[in-house]
Every structure is written in structure tokens, then in C-alpha cells.
Design a protein. Sequence first.
Length: 133
Amino acid sequence: MIEAPERNYMSDFNKTRERIITYQPYEMTTEEYLQFVHQLFLELEDLIKAKNADYTTGSGPFANFKTALDFGIDPIAGLANRMGDKFQRIKSYCKQGKLAVAGEGVEDAFKDLIGYSTLALGMLYEQQKKEQK
């Protein structure tokens, strides 16, 4: 019988915790933060429009996720799975301090999570509207 090596999860956690705790952020004011949020959401709106055009080819904003139904998978569950992939990338960054794919930073993973969240909220909204009819 092959035994899996023991893993010290607390050690992994502490390494990640130390990395995050040693980071000394700039003390942003509330006004600066709100301006940052405004700019970020303007940028994300453009990114979401571009990705939607690439992934759906004009057949509705959720078309690529609705194909999950062909496999008996709820589209929101499929979307949540993709979000899980992004969380894995973020975990890798937290553990290693970098990502292997050049040109894709941890910021991109966080932006993708926001995009996926808006899609999920849009699908829930669509579902509620359909149920109200």
C-alpha cells in the first residue's frame, strides 16, 4: 500500500499568513478607495463587454455557460466551478508569491472573479424574471 506523505497544513497556512502579514499596504483614504472602485468598474465594464463578445458570439450574455446544460450541469454550477479555478490561481499566488503564466497576474484572477460574479448575479436575475412570468 502506498501511503500519501503527511502534509502540515498549518505550516502551509502560516507561510501564507506570514506572506500576507508582512505586506505593508499604502494607507488609502476612503475617497481614494472610492475613486479606485469607480475606475476599476469602468475598466471591468469594458473587459466584460469584450469577453462577452468573444465567448457568446451574440447569442446572449450567458450562452457559453448555458451549454453546461448539454452535459446535465446547471449553468450556475458550471460558472462556480470556473470561479474555483480562479481561487486556485490565487491560492498559488499566496503560497508562491508569483504565477507561472506570463502576462497574467493575480489581479487578473480577481477581476475574473468579479466578472464571473456579475454573470452569476445576471443568471439569477434572469431566473427570477422568468419565474415571475
